[in-house]
Design a binder for this molecule. Structure first.
Ligand code: PGA
Length: 253
């Protein structure tokens, strides 16, 4: 039985007061939610303030990225242990904006995944094809390559602490949602990759989120798919009502 995870990726949005107010509202109004894990991912400079605001509640806090080295001369970067120190439980890694705007490779993502696991963080590892790759019929191959590259060296025991997020790049921030068939097909492929690399237990227990224009109006359909175990939500996570409706659609209350 996989417990859904609803994650709000705030990206580079909100100021400190807005971030604290949004997290506080979500924490208060999701206090009674028993059937889903809920996490918010503020910009890194507000993680500390948000973490303090929701301390003692069931709302988890995560970061949108980290750097794989433990410390040292890496100007502008933030380590996994620093995120743990601020109260982070999760970290999003390999988001398509980092892959395609900031130039992150599978090898970079892999180093970050290993560093996150070593520090005790739960990584949400994002995978997804570009529109041209889907149109060329390359989706399964792209996902397999990202899976192999981003998760190289991750043991079966570690994999139990990893969350995968399938996010077709053409569906992120565009209002275009993948069809239930497209989503289920990729999620099923990911379970096969997990079974082939590890075993059926791992394949059956790893949570696979869908992300890309998830909102209150389409959440129930997407979250109702057999192999979808939650959502990674961007734009719709910036409003408490909208985000909490998605949480409710996960069977949370
Ligand atoms: P979106 O973003 O919900 O705004 O499409 C999803 C994401 O980037 O995680």
């Amino acid at each position: 039985m996989r417990r859904p995870l609803i994650a709000g990726n705030w990206k580079m949005n909100l100021d400190r007061a807005e971030a604290v107010a949004l997290a506080t509202a979500i924490a208060e109004r999701s206090a009674a939610v028993a059937g889903a894990d809920i996490a918010v991912f503020p910009p890194s400079v507000y993680v500390d303030a948000v973490s303090r605001a929701v301390a003692g509640t069931s709302l988890a806090v995560g970061a949108q990225n980290l750097y794989f080295e433990p410390n040292g001369a890496f100007t502008g970067e933030i380590s996994a242990s620093m995120l743990v120190d601020l109260g982070c439980r999760f970290v999003i890694l390999g988001h398509s904006e980092r892959r395609h705007i900031l130039g992150e490779t599978d090898a970079d993502v892999n180093k970050k995944v290993i560093a996150a696991l070593a520090a005790g963080l739960l990584p949400i590892v994002c995978l997804g094809e570009l529109l041209g790759q889907r149109e060329a019929g390359d989706t399964a191959e792209v996902i397999r390559r990202q899976f192999d590259g981003s998760l190289a060296g991750v043991t079966a025991g570690q994999m139990a602490r990893v969350v995968l997020a399938y996010e077709p790049v053409w569906a992120i921030g565009t209002g275009k949602v993948a069809t239930p068939e497209q989503v289920e097909e990729v999620h099923t492929d990911l379970r096969k990759l997990l079974a082939d690399r590890y075993n059926n237990d791992v394949a059956g227990s790893v949570r696979i989120q869908y992300g890309g224009s998830v909102k209150a109006s389409n959440a129930a359909q997407l979250l109702g798919l057999p192999n979808v175990d939650g959502a990674l939500v961007g734009g719709a996570s910036l409003k408490a009502d909208e985000f909490l409706s998605i949480v409710a659609a996960a069977g949370g209350n």
